[in-house]
Design a protein around this ligand. Structure first.
Ligand SMILES: [Fe+2]
Length: 395
């Protein structure tokens, strides 16, 4: 038993030690995940990213074991070392509870007035359901994996900043295709045909096209399906960076897609102007610099990562469309996502956010380096933008 007067736990029985270690473990795991998320939101070399992931995987299990072993060998719960590790666990637990609360009770901004979600699945035997060869094919067969289904989402936003005569603008947004092989071309063809069927005014893709450059040959049959009155614009992401990005960009441009990275363009659409810019920072290029010469009534930033939202606020954007975080890919019951490669952790793993007046949509993406998604379906989205104040119909 615990000697309460001295704090000596040398007499703690094994179950007390196991219970105390188990109580402290989630807080440590959360702190480790926060560190891992922060590192993976930065442009570190792949070896650093790989090493931190492996270190995280080891420490998640090792810390509780070390803690239990230390107590078993006479460690005292009044010692400065134990108070330090317990305090760290408490901090992690508080953040864990905060993030779980945000996951359970997300704030829906008043500018989103409608959201419709249709779930698409494909029957057994359909080519889109088949698992291809290569990395991830075993994971792809994991029970409850939602990788081979699709959320078709339609969101309606009313924006105070749009002039009453702006009318309606539709944008198709999807992200993070991650061509790698286990998810077959047939699935992407089905999904991007659904995206094409939105028939939006503008189509945008916010990066991470592939993890296997040989699959660039899939682009015409997939991205080639999409066309839009105001254009199709793309970014690349951190997973595209190891390959010849010039070749990747050219393959999309040959299909009529336009590269939005590091630049801004004014889309003239009748009497209205829309400013569209893109950034692949921190992995490639620079933020766009042509930001001032515009009278646009709507300013949209495409960003691979949601971490550029602060930059978008500083430069007067109205809307940010981002990807990269994949919704966390695995969303635990009650707790929600744990891993999300962002300096903000799981805060912007997916969904809509009002960040100091900027309206941000972070896509769940289509796949990932690992084709495993639990409670985290791939997503394509159409966003319908309208002014809050509209011109009254003439009598
Ligand atoms: Fe990605």
């Amino acid at each position: 038993m615990v000697d309460g007067s001295s704090g000596n736990v040398s007499e703690m029985d094994v179950w007390q030690i196991v219970l105390l270690s188990a109580l402290l473990a989630p807080g440590w795991a959360k702190l480790l995940a926060m560190g891992l998320n922060w590192v993976h939101g930065c442009p570190w070399p792949p070896i650093i990213l790989w090493s931190t992931r492996k270190l995280n995987d080891v420490l998640v299990f090792l810390l509780p074991i070390l803690h239990a072993a230390w107590l078993w060998n006479g460690g005292e719960i009044t010692s400065p070392l134990w108070l330090l590790v317990a305090t760290l666990s408490a901090i992690g637990s508080i953040v864990l509870i905060r993030d779980a609360w945000r996951y359970q009770f997300p704030v829906v901004p008043d500018w989103e007035v409608d959201k419709q979600v249709e779930i698409r699945t494909w029957p057994d035997g359909h080519p889109a359901r088949q698992v291809g060869r290569g990395h991830g094919s075993k994971l792809a067969r994991f029970p409850f994996n939602e990788q081979y289904s699709l959320s078709i989402v339609r969101r309606e936003w009313v924006l105070d900043e749009l002039p009453p005569d702006f009318g309606e603008l539709t944008i198709t947004h999807f992200s993070d295709a991650h061509f790698r092989g286990a998810v077959t071309r047939a699935w992407y063809e089905e999904v991007l045909q659904e995206a094409a069927d939105f028939r939006s005014d503008l189509v945008v893709f916010t990066g991470d096209l592939l993890d296997d450059e040989h699959l660039l040959e899939w682009v015409p049959a997939t991205f080639g399906r999409l066309h839009a009155r105001l254009g199709c614009y793309f970014l690349l992401g951190n997973h595209d960076r190891p390959f010849d990005v010039a070749v990747i960009r050219q393959s999309l441009e040959r299909l009529g897609w336009q590269d939005a990275a590091g630049r801004g363009v004014i889309l003239h659409d009748g009497p209205r102007q829309i400013f569209l810019a893109g950034t692949e920072v921190p992995w490639m290029g620079e933020h766009p610099s042509q930001l001032s010469a515009t009278k646009a009534s709507l300013r949209v930033l495409l960003s691979h990562t949601p971490d550029n939202v602060e930059w978008s606020i500083e430069h007067g954007f109205d809307v940010v469309l981002a990807g990269h975080t994949h919704g966390g890919q695995i969303r635990l019951p009650i707790l929600g996502p744990v891993y999300s490669p962002s300096r903000y952790g799981v805060r912007y793993s997916a969904g809509i956010f009002d960040v100091s007046g900027v309206k941000m949509h972070v896509s769940f993406g289509l796949s990932g380096r690992e084709p495993l998604r639990i409670n985290c379906r791939p997503e394509i989205t159409q966003i319908v933008l309208r002014p809050r104040q509209t011109v009254p119909p003439s009598a």
